[in-house]
Design a protein around this ligand. Structure first.
Ligand code: FAD
Length: 479
């Protein structure tokens, strides 16, 4: 049977577009190399404990939010707990709790980072977010041809107009002018938060991007019960044809039909949607035009990636869902001075069995720092960084070493092995990396589409889901 759509990769992007197309009655097959869905947002088991592989925070699931819209459209409901504090930010002796409520957050900020301009600055951040989210998303981004692309860029005009001054101003310059003098510590505080959302710091992004990234916690953030992977499983639960442990090894086109060679045999489809990273996708195609298409974007690969520590410890203590630890300087073998630490909720029996808590902690690194190493250097560096991060986590959360039941780490190489990608976090939202430089969800190749964090719109649940909705629109336009 020839499928309408074959979707390669069951990450957030692949699962979202698969579920949306299935809800429209299309014949869809979702093909995932791993044993479970989710990719960077999956949950895996190791020696009896369950861990979130990468993503731990779900944002965009609130009335009017794009992730909620996705689940409502598909007709399924994920099991979530709203986090009271989105992130507890710990910098030396300072603590700042990112409450959703603006006044509570400003009070928390002023307790440790007092500044007379905070009130005005964070109200502006809040207002920009509110105005942005109130805009009806009628815009579409297409890359099918130059005229289509230009026409699609015009649809962004209503979005751009109200925010134009912020879009053309660098965030660092804007904040400097706004505040006057601010401490190096407060810069680090801002940059650490920006890095986890925009994948870049104040020097590289415009103020509009900075405002949306810094303000995301003013909307509810959620903890997924049963792990982030369960959210992707729920999303696709109504689909008939979801194949895990099904790796696509080659894709060719004959007479307008795509032939996908997979570890479970050949699949035929009229359209293919790649949910894999743009930087890795050329390897599955032989066709020159498709190779050329991917080459156009190869230079966008910033090789940013992640080093992740996974731990299980015994504890009856009470923790926030997420912490961001900020050090004085960038850590060796990384690109960052901040570590994002997420802990399982004690009520979540899948991730917190009988008095145990599981933890996923990630820090930005450069994939090239790991990929070219000899096996000896690789294991030495991995062990060193693992040790440093574990010690930092234990000191901050006051965990005695005998409480630790399991601890291991993943490098960009590990992600390469499991997910076929070493660049993680997708496209950084820098000033030189915004539309129209980004790949869209359609391509100039008939029947070939792309979703995920290396295509429009950006990384994380809201960004990738926005791309899936855009993908649906460009598919409708082509129909
Ligand atoms: C450490 C870390 C922490 C993060 N934290 C958060 C967070 O807290 N909140 C948040 O919203 N976002 C977070 N993100 C970002 C978010 O996880 C990603 O942007 C998002 O999950 C990317 O989804 P995707 O669909 O683009 O790709 P991926 O997750 O990479 O999915 C691609 C899928 O394709 C599969 N695949 C690859 N090759 C093949 C093949 N040949 N055949 C079949 N299948 C194949 C892979 O196995 C994978 O499952 C984090 C990312 C990382 C790395």
């Amino acid at each position: 049977m020839i499928k309408d759509f074959a979707i390669v990769g069951g990450g957030i992007g692949g699962c979202s577009i698969a579920a949306l197309l299935h809800a429209e009655g299309k014949e869809v097959v979702l093909l995932e190399k791993g044993s479970t869905l989710g990719g960077c947002a999956s949950t895996f088991h190791h020696k009896g404990y369950a861990y979130n592989a990468g993503a731990t925070t779900l944002s965009g699931y609130h009335e009017g939010g794009i992730v909620k819209r996705l689940f409502d459209t598909v007709g399924v409901t994920p099991q979530l707990i709203q986090s009271d504090v989105a992130i507890a930010i710990l910098q030396g002796e300072k603590t700042c709790l990112r409450y959703q409520n603006l006044d509570r957050f400003i009070a928390s900020l002023n307790a440790f980072y007092p500044h007379p301009k905070h009130e005005e600055f964070w109200r502006l951040i809040h207002t920009i977010g509110e105005r942005f989210y109130a805009i009806d998303p009628t815009y579409t981004y297409s890359n099918r041809s130059l005229p289509k692309k230009l026409a699609s860029l015009l649809t962004f005009f209503p979005l751009i107009r109200p925010f134009f001054p912020y879009l053309v101003t660098n965030a660092r310059r804007f904040i400097e002018r706004f505040y006057g003098e601010i401490t190096a510590e407060y810069w680090d505080f801002l940059d650490a938060q920006l890095l986890i959302v925009a994948q870049a710091t104040t020097q590289k992004v415009n103020f509009f991007t900075a405002a949306l990234a810094l303000g995301y916690t003013f909307k509810p953030t959620h903890y997924p019960i049963g792990g982030m992977g369960a959210v992707c499983e729920t999303l696709t639960s109504k689909m008939r044809d979801v194949r895990t442990r099904c790796e696509v090894t080659a894709i060719k086109r004959e007479k307008g039909i795509y032939h996908l060679s997979t570890s479970q045999g050949i699949i035929y489809a009229r359209n293919v949607i790649m949910g894999t990273s743009h930087y890795e996708s050329a390897q599955w195609f032989e066709e020159e035009a498709i190779q050329r298409y991917y080459q156009r974007y190869a230079k966008r690969n910033n090789h940013q990636s992640a080093f992740v520590v996974y731990m299980t410890f015994r504890s009856e203590g009470t923790f926030h869902h997420h912490y961001q630890l900020i050090a004085d300087a960038i850590l060796p073998l990384t690109l960052s001075q901040s570590l994002f630490v997420s802990l399982s909720d004690p009520s979540d029996t899948a991730l917190s069995p009988q008095g145990h808590i599981t933890l996923t902690a990630s820090i930005h690194t450069d994939a090239r720092m790991w990929l070219g190493l000899s096996p000896t250097s690789y294991h030495k560096h991995k062990k060193e960084l693992h040790h440093v991060l574990q010690a930092w986590i234990c000191a901050t959360l006051s965990l005695p070493s005998d409480a630790i039941v399991a601890s291991f780490a993943a490098t960009p190489k590990t992600f390469g092995r499991y997910l076929n990608r070493t660049q993680l976090g997708g496209n950084a939202m820098t000033q030189s990396n915004l539309l129209p430089f980004l790949p869209a969800n359609d391509t100039p190749i008939e029947g070939l589409y792309h979703v995920g964090d290396t295509a429009y719109a950006a990384q994380g649940w809201p960004g990738v889901v926005m791309g899936a909705f855009n993908c649906l629109k460009v598919i409708h336009e082509r129909d």
